[in-house]
Design a protein around this ligand. Structure first.
Ligand SMILES: [Zn+2]
Length: 124
């Protein structure tokens, strides 16, 4: 996946279209087979179509939090970010501030860095 934790992204489809936020968490999609092991699930590799991101302040959902034994746990309805599909967001370039696509460039050192396809600047 080209998007990393800490990147700024813009939502390009759905109810939150146009909103921007910082990537909190990257969830790599896994290919799983169910019912083949005692645990019931076997992970057999990655599935980029299922890659998801948690973006700050975007895709908020209300969750009903049950009161637990812990007094500190807030009961009732709490709002939190739900993971969203990577295909629904676009990377926002820190140089040109535009939603853009990312490319890769290999430096002389052999290191591979991400570049903005609009302004060609390195974003790593
Ligand atoms: Zn740019």
């Amino acid at each position: 996946m080209k998007i990393k934790k800490g990147d700024t992204v813009e939502v390009v489809s759905g109810d939150d279209k146009g909103q921007r936020g910082t990537v909190h968490r990257v969830i790599v999609g896994r290919k799983v087979i169910r019912g083949h092991t005692p645990k019931g699930v076997r992970v057999v590799g990655t599935n980029p179509e299922k890659d998801r991101l948690v973006v700050s302040g975007v895709n908020m959902v209300k969750k009903h939090q049950r009161r637990t034994g812990d007094v500190k746990t807030q009961a009732g309805i709490i709002e939190r970010e739900a993971p969203m599909r990577v295909s629904n967001v676009a990377f926002v370039c820190p140089h040109c501030q535009k939603a853009t696509r990312l490319g890769y460039q290999v430096l002389e050192s052999g290191e591979r860095v991400r570049i903005c396809k609009r302004c060609r600047q390195t974003v790593d």
